[in-house]
Write a protein that binds this ligand. Structure first.
Ligand SMILES: [Zn+2]
Ligand SMILES: [Zn+2]
Length: 393
């Protein structure tokens, strides 16, 4: 069901421009830390509206400060702005003009929404009893722009006291909001395992250590960690996404390369999982006389929403869109918004952007991903209302 709530008229009036900005960015997508054109576009707009703009933060990041009518607190709004290495397959007139690069996650929309909020507040400064700081972040899809932005002082001078951000979300229909206190997005890790056996003739197995057989047992046994070692009430994923081994049908493989991703919500679990995985790997390799190399890299930590700011977002969403439109959405997908949330209390929420009737419901990172642009105005209204509520609380 598509929600019929509308932004206030002064935000509704920005809709044409929101769509233009989003489509402009969509046509010229840039990968992480290469967002030069996007960054210039953002900075030029913000300067023209009278914000104090700092560019080149974490290479291509932009930080803009808008001071209101008094020295109230500082509220942060964060938007990521990078695209993905995907060849766009949408037949639309604003399709990517950069072959092999595409805004397939909706970050073009995030930029437009944050710009819309900046534009609106710049025209309503007299109603702003504090400061709003806009953080346009590079490289969310990897290798991660939040850490260098924080290191380069994006949260300081003036010091951000609370921060919010949103992800357009095609898992939810247009106009629904997903928000939850506490863990909201996953702690993510990547592992690479090489099982080292002893290759040989396919007809003389007793003189070999078959890396395919050992590797296959490792893959199967890894599945028992989630199903038999972890509480069923603790969301956890161990995915083997890649298994490469062997060179020919009649040769016993010397090695097997196995790669995968591990997700969870809880820090203790995030630290325990690689230890348990290695126990399992070691046990199976030992049993067969194989050896192994195991590399485990933690990626982004879990997104943990502050209970008070999450309650603020939920209140605003219910007030604007209706109680039945607000869901406690979570995902084990990763987000480096988590690093900002480790520094200041805040909330990262989902804004439903799917419209199945218009065919705008492909999953994120799909070559035909697109979303209902009505969500742009709804996003601006959410950001503006959250800011108002923060300053009035
Ligand atoms: Zn993404
Ligand atoms: Zn994304």
């Amino acid at each position: 069901m598509v929600n019929s709530a509308h932004p206030r008229p002064s935000i509704d009036a920005l809709q044409t421009e929101l769509v233009q900005w989003r489509r402009q960015i969509h046509r010229f997508p840039e990968l992480g830390f290469q967002e030069q054109v996007t960054s210039r576009f953002i900075a030029q707009k913000l300067k023209s509206w009278g914000l104090e703009v700092r560019t080149g933060v974490a290479k291509t990041g932009v930080v803009a400060t808008l001071r209101g009518n008094s020295d109230g607190p500082v509220f942060g709004i964060r938007a990521d702005m990078d695209a993905l290495p995907i060849l766009e397959r949408n037949a639309i007139d604003y399709a990517s003009e950069v072959s092999g690069v595409m805004h397939a996650c909706g970050h073009d929309g995030h930029v437009a929404i944050a710009l819309g909020a900046a534009r609106w507040w710049s025209e309503h400064r007299d109603q702003l009893p504090g400061t709003v700081k806009f953080l346009f972040q590079p490289a969310e899809e990897g290798p991660g722009g939040a850490i260098p932005m924080i290191a380069e002082g994006a949260l300081q001078d003036p010091d951000v006291e609370a921060i919010i951000g949103l992800h357009l979300w095609n898992t939810l229909p247009l106009g629904q909001i997903g928000v939850k206190a506490g863990p909201s997005m996953g702690d993510t890790a990547k592992f690479t395992l090489t099982v080292i056996g002893k290759g040989g003739h396919g007809a003389i197995p007793h003189q070999t250590i078959d890396a395919v057989v050992v590797g296959a047992q490792v893959v199967t046994a890894l599945q028992t960690i989630v199903s038999r070692n972890v509480s069923p009430f603790e969301p956890t994923v161990v995915t083997v996404g890649k298994f490469n081994s062997g060179s020919n049908f009649n040769i016993i493989a010397q090695t097997a390369q196995i790669e995968g991703t591990v997700r969870c919500f809880n820090l203790e679990m995030a630290e325990w999982l690689p230890k348990r995985m290695e126990q399992v790997i070691r046990g199976i390799c030992d049993a067969h006389g194989a050896t192994y190399e195991f590399d485990y890299k933690r990626h982004y930590p879990a997104v943990i929403n502050d209970p008070q700011i999450a309650a603020l977002v939920r209140f605003v969403a219910e007030d604007f869109l209706g109680q039945e439109q607000v869901q406690p959405e979570t995902t084990l997908g990763g987000e480096d918004m988590s690093y900002f949330l480790q520094k200041v209390p805040g909330c990262y929420f989902f804004l439903g952007s799917a419209n199945a009737e218009l065919g705008l419901d492909k999953p994120h990172h799909h070559p035909c991903f697109d979303f209902d642009e009505t969500a742009l105005g709804l996003g601006v209204e959410m950001f503006v209302r959250c800011t108002e509520r923060f300053f009035s609380a």
